[in-house]
Design a protein around this ligand. Structure first.
Ligand SMILES: C[S@@+](CC[C@H](N)C(=O)[O-])C[C@H]1O[C@@H](n2cnc3c(N)ncnc32)[C@H](O)[C@@H]1O
Length: 393
């Protein structure tokens, strides 16, 4: 018998939840600072808001959002107005949430000036998504954090992302999708989640070269790009504490390249060191120290941009969805390529600084040139190359 959504066992705070909250908080702080400069009002929608507090008093996402907004609004004069909306389906959780939010406001009412709690809705996200989308014309951030994978129809995500200056941050429960993919009884929910029929057949026929998890993630991201027309998506892998398999991916989707880069930086610094994931105690221990792949980044860039000239920003933008690297990595890799005379960089600052508009010229390399450089692979290298890598997502 599955536990009810208000069962205290579901509200024990885990290390991986803390990582999720850290990413949420750090990104929100940056997001409001960027957008609040140009817009009088920005909005947050916490669409699966929860109870407000975990069993031992740890803060839930609504309080994390409220306090982060409060801190930023206090520090920066240009921030005028932030509107917060919370949605929670479970009646008991909703009641608790209303009380927790009220207590928070009572404790520091002046600290919350400039912040409007627009609504704390007791309903299903999918049932009111259309209404909230129609009601809001300001830049908006939607946090979608369900326990499972039902109740987040792709159609609603698509409508949100069709608005200008909206972003979503989705907890994509891949472990359950994976587990219930063969079940006829779950076929409709999976179809609704992806917004396309026959996801199972697609994994078998189109993506048989990927493992199932990678295929399920790829199809969802492809849907965001092709079905919802969003320019940038980036996933952060989360393993439950003590487990070796993926529990969920936190997927950020935005049309704003700056937003994408900021989120990648936040993800890079959260969780298991520079792994774009919280891999849990077991896998994390093994992974730390094995992550030195700027060499791969250099090779990749030299290969795909062979002979081309483009701005430093375009180099990052055109590869943002595919590569687990942050701005600093690109800079280092390009400077290393320059020192090997594989590229030239035009417009650098006096001390070697690179602005977005610097031009990067990739020296053309013919197949014959490349063949001369390739050393035969050692058996050990080949084994390493055959394993799945961070490029797989
Ligand atoms: C993972 S918890 C949210 C945790 C919360 N975001 C946090 O970080 O503190 C998911 C919540 O969504 C609620 N929920 C379940 N189905 C829902 C739906 N269709 N619409 C809105 N809320 C729902 C559950 O009752 C539960 O409180």
């Amino acid at each position: 018998m599955p536990l009810a959504d208000d069962d205290p066992k579901k509200w024990i705070y885990k290390e991986h939840t803390e990582v999720k909250h850290e990413i949420l908080r750090k990104y929100l702080e940056a997001w409001i600072k960027i957008l609040g400069r140009y817009h009088n009002t920005v909005c947050f929608f916490d669409c699966f808001a929860g109870r407000g507090l975990y069993t031992n008093g740890e803060l839930g996402s609504p309080l994390i959002i409220m306090r982060a907004v409060k801190d930023v609004i206090r520090k920066f004069d240009f921030l005028k107005h932030v509107e917060l909306t919370f949605i929670e389906k479970n009646k008991n959780n909703h009641e608790n949430l209303v009380k927790v939010i009220q207590d928070e406001l009572n404790q520091d009412s002046s600290g919350y000036s400039g912040i409007t709690i627009k609504n704390i809705i007791n309903d299903e996200f999918a049932d009111i998504a259309d209404t909230i989308v129609q009601d809001c014309s300001h830049p908006s951030f939607y946090f979608i954090d369900p326990f499972g994978f039902s109740g987040i129809p792709f159609d609603s995500i698509k409508k949100i992302l069709a608005l200008p200056r909206t972003e979503v941050f989705i907890n994509f429960m891949i472990e359950y999708v994976y587990r219930f993919l063969p079940s006829e009884g779950h076929a409709r929910s999976i179809e609704e989640l992806y917004g396309i029929p026959n996801v199972k057949a697609l994994t078998e026929e189109e993506y048989e070269y990927l493992d199932l998890e990678a295929a399920l993630l790829k199809i969802y991201r492809d849907q965001l790009h092709q079905g919802a027309n969003v320019k940038f998506t980036f996933p952060f892998k989360v393993n439950s504490d003590g487990k070796l398999r993926t529990t969920y991916y936190l997927i950020h989707a935005t049309n704003n390249f700056k937003g994408c880069e900021v989120m990648k930086n936040v993800m890079y610094n959260a969780g298991t060191k520079k792994q774009f994931g919280y891999l849990g105690p077991a896998e994390g221990q093994m992974a730390i120290g094995n992550f030195d792949n700027l060499e791969s980044l250099q090779e990749y860039l030299a290969d795909i941009f062979n002979g081309q000239s483009l701005t430093y920003e375009a180099v990052r933008m055109q590869t943002a969805n595919d590569l687990p690297y942050v701005t600093g990595d690109y800079k280092t890799a390009l400077l290393q390529l320059e020192s090997k005379s594989k590229i030239s960089i035009e417009g650098k600052g006096k001390r070697g600084g690179m602005s977005d508009s610097c031009m990067v010229h990739f020296t053309p390399v013919t197949i014959e040139d490349a063949a001369e450089e390739v050393k035969p692979l050692e058996v050990e290298d080949m084994e390493e190359h055959s394993q799945s890598s961070l490029f797989d997502f």
